[in-house]
Design a protein around this ligand. Sequence first.
Ligand code: ATP
Ligand code: MG
Length: 233
Amino acid sequence: FVSIASHQLRSPLTSVRGYISMIIEGSYGEVNPKVKEVLTHVSDASRHMALSIEDYLNVSRIEAGNMKYEIADYDLKKLVKEVVVELVPVAEKKGIKLEFKPATEECVAVKLDIGKSRQIVQNLIDNALKYTKDTGTITVVVRKDIQAKKAYVDVIDQGIGISPEGLKTLFQKFERAKNANEINVTGTGLGLYIARTMANGMGGDITVASEGEGKGSTFTFVMPLNGIEAKWN
Ligand SMILES: Nc1ncnc2c1ncn2[C@@H]1O[C@H](COP(=O)(O)OP(=O)(O)OP(=O)(O)O)[C@@H](O)[C@H]1O
Ligand SMILES: [Mg+2]
């Protein structure tokens, strides 16, 4: 049911979003600034709605065992850099510094689904932005361990941190830590569940470390190196 409902909501919402952005851009004539401001809120809300619908679709795909992966060889470092570049303006708006710090000069060749991997990295950075109250720095590191045959993407924040109890439940569906609710940021608690399931589906994982509330968090997306490193570098 969720899957059918989500599919049916998706296309009208896409057209609503299309019209709103055309009105904002002035395609139907000049828009006064007050109206434009209101429409910008409508546009943000509809974007949230679209993202939630995608999440519900993903959960129903997971539960039906229906998640499909299109696996290709790709440079994980390149992929992460692209996602970071897109999110820098979003971070700036919040007064947060988002920096990309690759720990290797070489490329990081991994077998992955490009769309899903982008979604995972986006998700981890979105959370880091969401759960940083004031100003701070988010550092995104890409590194590899040739011996262990693994690639790592660390998203390190200086945000609200996670208690030991929170660490135990945060990858479960609909689970949110107490301090996340306290700071009034909304969320459904689906992001990490979907992200970890996708990482597992590509042979990887997501791990988390935090020294406690108020002490920041580090989320790591781990993937196996594909073994063609030498050829690419
Ligand atoms: N960077 C972070 N710092 C502190 N807590 C975090 C961080 N990322 C996730 N969490 C905690 O893990 C919980 C689950 O995260 P998840 O992304 O699955 O859900 P969400 O952000 O609450 O909602 P959404 O489904 O919109 O992503 C969050 O509610 C929060 O308590
Ligand atoms: Mg989230």
